[in-house]
Write a protein that binds this ligand. Structure first.
Ligand SMILES: Cc1cc2nc3c(=O)[nH]c(=O)nc-3n(C[C@H](O)[C@H](O)[C@H](O)COP(=O)(O)O)c2cc1C
Length: 222
C-alpha cells in the first residue's frame, strides 16, 4: 500500500452516527479484529479484550443500555477529562456544533441536544457493538495501547466499507457493563465501538471534522 492509499483510507474514515440494520459478515468482523491486533503495544502485552455483540444480542444490549442511561448513574472506570480548555475546548465545540447543525438542533435547544446525545445509548442503531477493556494493572499504558487498537479497528473496518464510531459515552456506564457482560472488575472498560454499514443519507453522517495543521502540533527542533 502506498502512503497515498493510506491517506485516502485515513481521510475516508469518519465517525458514523446512523447505521443501517444489516449485519456485517462474521468473517469480515474477524478480519477487522485480526488486523487491529497488529498495532504495537508495550512489551507486546496486547491488553485489549473485546466483548462483541451481533444480532439479537446487540438489540438486547441496546435496550438494557438505554434503560440504564435513563435510570442509572454514570461511573466510568477511566476518569473522564476534568476539563477542556483553550484550543481543546474550541475543537470540542466546533465538532459538537457541526453535529447539531447537521441534525437540525439549534443553539440553546437543550432538549434537542439531549435527544441527540441519547442516541449514543441506542448505539446509533448499529447492528454490532464492541466493548474494549484493558487490565487495570496496566494503567494508562494499557489504555494507550488500546487507543491504537481502536484506531486500527476503525481503519480496517473502513477498508472493508464498514462504518464505526468509538464511544466513551457507553463506557460511562461501566458498572452496568461489568454486570451485564460479566467483565471482571480487574479490567478497565475504556470505550465501545459501534459498527455496521452507514446510513449515508442520514443528516448525522453529513458533516466531517477538520484537523490542525502539522505546524500547530509539531514543535520542530532542528
Ligand atoms: C476514545 C473516543 C471516544 C469517543 N466517544 C464518542 C462518544 O461517546 N460519542 C460520539 O458521538 N462520538 C465519540 N467519539 C467520536 C469523536 O467525536 C470523533 O472521533 C471526533 O469528533 C473526530 O471526528 P471523526 O471521527 O469523524 O474524524 C469518540 C472518539 C474517540 C476516539
Amino acid at each position: 500500500m502506498t502512503l497515498t492509499e493510506l491517506e485516502a483510507l485515513l481521510s475516508a474514515r469518519h465517525s458514523c452516527r446512523a447505521f443501517r440494520a444489516d449485519p456485517v459478515p462474521r468473517a469480515d468482523i474477524e478480519r477487522i479484529v485480526a488486523a487491529a491486533c497488529r498495532v504495537p503495544s508495550w512489551c507486546n502485552a496486547q491488553p485489549w479484550q473485546v466483548t462483541l455483540t451481533s444480532g439479537a444480542e446487540t438489540d438486547a444490549f441496546r435496550t438494557a443500555l438505554m434503560n440504564e442511561a435513563m435510570t442509572g448513574k454514570p461511573g466510568p472506570d477511566l476518569a473522564f477529562p476534568s476539563g477542556y480548555s483553550g484550543v481543546y475546548q474550541d475543537r470540542r465545540r466546533t465538532c459538537g456544533w457541526a453535529l447539531y447543525e447537521a441534525v437540525g438542533v439549534e443553539k440553546g435547544d437543550r432538549a434537542g441536544s439531549a435527544e441527540q446525545m441519547m442516541k449514543n445509548f441506542s448505539l446509533f442503531d448499529a447492528p454490532h457493538c464492541a466493548i474494549i477493556s484493558s487490565p487495570a494493572e496496566l494503567g494508562g499504558y494499557g489504555a494507550m495501547d488500546c487507543g491504537g487498537f481502536v484506531a486500527a479497528f476503525t481503519l480496517a473496518a473502513q477498508a472493508l466499507g464498514v462504518a464505526t464510531i468509538p464511544q466513551a459515552a457507553v463506557a460511562s456506564y461501566a458498572p452496568f457493563l461489568h454486570r451485564y457482560f460479566d467483565i471482571p472488575e480487574d479490567r478497565l472498560i475504556l470505550c465501545a465501538i459501534s459498527f455496521g454499514y452507514a446510513d449515508t443519507e442520514h443528516p448525522a453522517n453529513s458533516f466531517r471534522t477538520e484537523r490542525a495543521a502539522v505546524d500547530e502540533i509539531v514543535d520542530w527542533r532542528g
